[in-house]
Write a protein that binds this ligand. Sequence first.
Ligand code: NAD
Length: 292
Amino acid sequence: MSAQNNQIYLTLNNGIQMPQFGLGVYSIPAGEMTYNSVMTALKCGYRHIDTAHAYQNESNVGQAIKDSGISRDSIWVTSKLWPNEYGEGKTLKAIDRMLGRLGLDYVDLVYFHQPIGDYVGGWKEMEQALEMGKVRSIGISNFDVNDSIFNSLVETARIKPQIMQIECHPYAQRKHWQEMVKKHNIKIECWFPLGGRDSKGEILRDSVINEIAKAHNKSAAQVIIRWHLQEGFSVIPGSTNPSHIRENIESLAFTLSDDEMKQIRSLDREARYFNMTYEDQKRWFGQWNPTD
Ligand code: NAD
């Protein structure tokens, strides 16, 4: 990780620098809630926003970016395509529609949201979109189902993904996937970095984390986010609460010791909060499609 302009950056395998910390807008209702959360974040210094076609709030993200007055090239915008948008003859058109919803000329990172459908065929058009300058980097999300699904894309891809977005937090540190991505110099970006809503704040109440937080006069959320950053993960905690949005970016400005990092690493129990089987994901995610 490297620091400049009050941000810290990860260098991806295509040489591009990505702000390591950002705001995730999953489950934030479209309209004012998304617009205001993104605007608050940008005003607090965030320079990375993570949305998705499936979240149905890309246009509000794009509008807030435009209205913020911050130059486009200093904000990192990520979005994700849904499985019904994968395939030769489909994916490039879907990226053009995404650009239209966001109101942007390019997206910094586009993910395949789920490993379902014709992701191998669609990836060829992700590679073309990269070469055409419509997107600056391409990634895979939730391809941690098993090694064979991960390899079926990564080992056949002409251009490897730069990043994989998966559930990852102190209680599920995904050690296997940390090793798998290393072989291809793919970075990890963590969703549910604080445990997500379904955790009901379980990790935020962890006694080890709270002891460390007390020692630094920081909150448990700040310690968890800082752990992600020092592990080399990109991290995109979600919130609509302006004081949480502000609190979370302050994680860029302190350091955990090696011993504190080790204590948090020891909390790993590979306990995920999202536990839908791949069969159920195929059934549910195949049935539902974004409407716009
Ligand atoms: P998260 O772990 O970031 O937790 C969000 C919860 O923590 C919310 O309830 C929020 O109110 C609370 N919170 C945030 N900051 C806090 C603070 N300082 N103190 C106390 N509570 C705080 O979970 P998330 O938002 O679901 O995940 C982060 C982002 O990851 C999403 O917004 C989305 O962009 C992405 N994501 C991607 C996938 C995927 O399938 N690729 C799935 C889920 C999420």
